[in-house]
Design a protein around this ligand. Structure first.
Ligand code: ADP
Length: 780
């Protein structure tokens, strides 16, 4: 009973009852018995949608009630705002909730007054590196989706961050929430935690496989589910789910419901949504169609792209797709419409399974293999992933039970899918820390922020990671650590003397900037190279190549530069060169070269090689040359964006979604900001040029619009229209004639008022103002 919870604030039981929670779910009860409200460490491995969030809240609220401060670590930025919104319900009881996203390099001082802070593991890592003082005041940390320590990209950060937090504050309560996995006990061992390992669910889940004309369920039941001629099995399942069920007397037994379809790529998600729209449309009521038309219009307003149009078309028919290439506004509109039961089917990629908090009657896992470049070809998804997707089936209180189905195309496949997924247990999670790129970053940070001052101290710290607790390969961690130390020393990030480790000034900067040391080395090399050669741009490649090589550390490069520079002209550094420089670092996720791209970008390369900062690798160095071209493609996208090429053209030209443009732009902004700091660190006289390139890419505008585009509510397109109407900067906007502003903003009064207000106008009202007819606005 919620009245019997030890250690929680006294208002909590009433608050929970208002939310319809009278009793804890069994795994929640186990967590309380294990002491989660009394400061005890806990690993809770529980299925999706079985109330993990409340376990976290019980831990955090009781910790705060004892005068403490809690941190909730999320794996994705998109989840941070979702969780923040959830925890803000406690603000009415005087708690303060803050979310920390965005800038990696700030120390987030304002978070010191918050009771609960939500942040990604990368952000927490960076706060620790920047010595945010309040980190030491934490009394409770919750790690959501902790099974992602298994992820090669981001797992090591979570692992190291938890180890650091626990080291900074030995009394810290650690609560780790996990999907059901094969080795939750190992996680509990690592974190000195009690374990709640349960597969209880608030609503029954039936897993199964569709094959032929039937749904084969795990309890042995076979339900007839006919596939019409010319219809795909997925469409048949979605159609069946939409139908109302009647009993033998013709009474409505169960109202039709929605489906979530998981596919293996963005393109497939879009194609499937397009096809399923025709399945859904006949089932919509007139009122639903009207409301969907409104949602579709809002989607078109988010951006002017083909993706946006395709999404709006599908949504108008009650279907949608959902993947990381969508703009955030798109995703939110889709999720809301699905929760409101307006959109009846969402086709999603598995990467977003964690993000879509949208239970549905049925889940269809249509593709169970996915293309994997490193492993070569199509690879089966893990049981853990498939079970996570399946766990989205069944809406408590609405459905009698949830059904999650895979789709088989042959009898053999039916058997295989039962073996592989329906009856299988999820895999154990394994630490990925011992990979060199992960250790390169984390070892520098660990030394730089003083967690370890010697090789022995470093190894002792690494002993506290999950990796150390799992490995039986003694010596491996030590060997990789030594390789990484050598790399860091050779590149001037660390000094090693008689076993003592010290970060150099450059090393400290790189760690605080949250850069991969290899990115920093690449940026410094590029800037140095430019500085040395800016004066002799005409002298051809031979001489340039001859000057290459020989300098191994940043400081050697710096002194070499000091001798050689002299005639460098900082105004000439090209934006494309800078975009290329940051695009070739390991911190930028480069665009792929599609077939045909190679030739196109080789041509580009020969035309614009002089602008690039550093020598082009030889074509015989296959993979380096390929990387160089991919970076050029990425850089060209950024350049197009900063040249005001419209979004639609960019998405077509580079084969990306609008969300990808945002992603690249944000990464470039961060890396150019870092490059600015590094330029100062090595005395390269280019910081101003970098700053300009950064601001242009941030707003996606040419030089002359930088100021206008920076006014809130303006953006790149409106800035251009205002400029064409004769308004050049913020001051001119503030003093401009209202009819001109209104016309430039295509007669949109609300927008015009907003913009004027943000520009500092005293009386932004547009009442009675008519657009100036002499202002010509391109309405394309
Ligand atoms: P998870 O975080 O495990 O995916 P959630 O915490 O989102 O799951 O819980 C799913 C739903 O169950 C939420 O709507 C939540 O309000 C509800 N819920 C959680 N605990 C209880 C409970 N003890 N009784 C009734 N409903 C609950």
């Amino acid at each position: 009973d919620v009245a019997d919870l030890p250690g929680v604030p006294e208002w909590l039981p009433d608050h929970l009852r208002e939310d319809g929670i009278e009793e804890l779910y069994p795994p929640q009860g186990e967590a309380v018995e294990a002491g989660v409200t009394e400061g005890q460490n806990l690993v809770a491995a529980i299925p999706t949608a079985s109330g993990k969030t409340l376990v976290a809240e019980l831990a955090m609220l009781s910790s705060v009630a004892r005068g403490g401060k809690a941190l909730y670590i999320v794996p994705l930025r998109a989840l941070a705002s979702e969780k923040q919104a959830e925890f803000e319900q406690f603000e009415q009881y005087g708690l303060d909730v803050g979310v920390s996203t965005g800038n990696y390099e700030s120390e987030g001082g304002w978070l010191a007054d918050k009771d609960i802070v939500v942040a990604t593991s990368e952000k927490v890592d960076s706060l620790v590196r920047n010595d945010a003082p309040w980190i030491e005041e934490l009394t409770c940390v919750v790690s959501d989706e902790v099974h992602l320590v298994d992820d090669g990209q981001r797992g090591p950060t979570l692992e190291v961050t938890l180890a650091k937090l626990r080291r900074l504050n030995p009394d810290l309560q650690t609560v780790a929430l996990s999907a059901t996995i094969g080795n939750a006990d190992e996680l509990a061992g690592w974190l000195d935690a009690e374990l709640v390992d349960s597969d209880w669910r608030p609503i029954e889940l039936q897993k199964g496989v569709h094959y032929g004309q039937a749904l084969h369920l795990e309890d042995g039941q076979q339900k007839r589910l006919a596939v019409k001629n010319n219809e795909k099995a997925t469409a048949a399942v979605v159609r069946d789910t939409l139908q109302d069920d009647y009993d033998d007397d013709g009474n409505l037994e169960e109202e039709g419901g929605s489906s979530l379809v998981f596919v293996n790529s963005r393109r497939n998600a879009e194609a499937a949504a397009g096809r399923l729209a025709s399945t859904v449309r006949p089932h919509l009521t007139g009122e639903e169609r009207e409301r969907l038309a409104d949602v579709a219009a809002e989607i078109r307003d988010v951006s002017d792209t083909e993706t946006s149009d395709d999404l709006a078309d599908a949504v108008a028919d009650g279907a949608a797709f959902h993947h990381a290439g969508l703009a955030r506004g798109h995703r939110e509109l889709v999720e809301d419409a699905f929760r409101d039961r307006l959109v009846k089917v969402v086709c999603a990629t598995p990467t977003l399974a964690a993000g879509v908090n949208t239970p549905s009657r049925r889940v269809v896992v249509r593709d169970w293999r996915r293309y994997d470049g490193t492993a070569g070809g199509m690879q089966p998804l893990s049981v853990l992933e498939v079970h996570q997707m399946m766990g989205r089936a069944g809406r408590p209180g609405l459905d009698p039970y949830g059904e999650a189905v895979l789709v088989a195309n042959s009898h053999d496949e039916l058997d295989e899918l039962f073996e592989r997924y329906v009856w299988a247990d999820p895999e154990p999670v394994r630490s990925k820390l011992a990979a060199e790129p992960a250790l390169r970053t984390h070892i520098l940070a660990t030394v730089s922020s003083g967690f370890a001052r010697s090789r022995e101290g470093l190894l002792e710290f690494l002993e506290q990671t999950l990796y150390a607790s799992q490995t039986d390969e003694s010596g491996r961690l030590e060997n990789v650590t030594d390789d990484v130390l050598t790399y860091l020393e050779r590149n001037g990030f660390l000094e090693i003397e008689a076993g003592e480790l010290d970060a150099t000034s450059l090393g400290h900067t790189v760690s605080r900037l949250y850069l991969d040391p290899m990115s920093a080395a690449e940026i410094i090399d590029g800037l140095e190279h430019w500085q040395r050669h800016a004066g002799d741009a005409d002298s051809g490649t031979d001489e340039r190549d001859a000057a290459e090589g020989g300098f191994t550390t940043a400081s050697e490069l710096a002194s070499e530069r000091a001798e050689a520079s002299g005639d460098a002209d900082p105004d000439e550094i090209s934006a494309l060169g800078l975009y290329h420089l940051v695009s070739r670092t390991p911190d930028m996720y480069q665009l792929y070269l599609r077939s045909g791209d190679r030739e196109e970008f080789e041509m580009e390369l020969y035309e614009r090689e002089d602008e690039l900062l550093g020598p082009t690798p030889s074509e015989f160095e296959d993979s380096r040359f390929e990387d160089w071209l991919s970076a050029l493609k990425t850089a060209r996208l950024l350049e197009d964006w900063a040249e005001e090429v419209d979004e639609e053209t960019i998405t077509e030209r580079y084969g990306v979604g609008p969300g990808d443009i945002r992603g690249k732009v944000e990464t470039a902004q961060w890396l150019l900001g870092a490059a600015e700091s590094l330029a100062n660190e090595v005395d390269a006289d280019v910081a101003r040029a970098i700053s300009e390139a950064r601001i242009r890419v941030e707003h996606g505008v040419r030089e002359e619009l930088v100021e206008l585009a920076g006014v809130r509510g303006v953006g790149r397109k409106r800035a251009r229209r205002l400029f064409e109407a004769g308004i050049a900067d913020r001051a001119e906007l503030r003093d401009a004639a209202k009819p001109v502003v209104l016309a430039a903003l295509r007669g949109r009064r609300k927008t015009a008022e907003n913009v004027l207000e943000n520009a500092g106008h005293r009386d932004p009202s547009m009442e009675g103002v008519e657009p100036d007819p002499d202002v010509e606005v391109d309405t394309a």
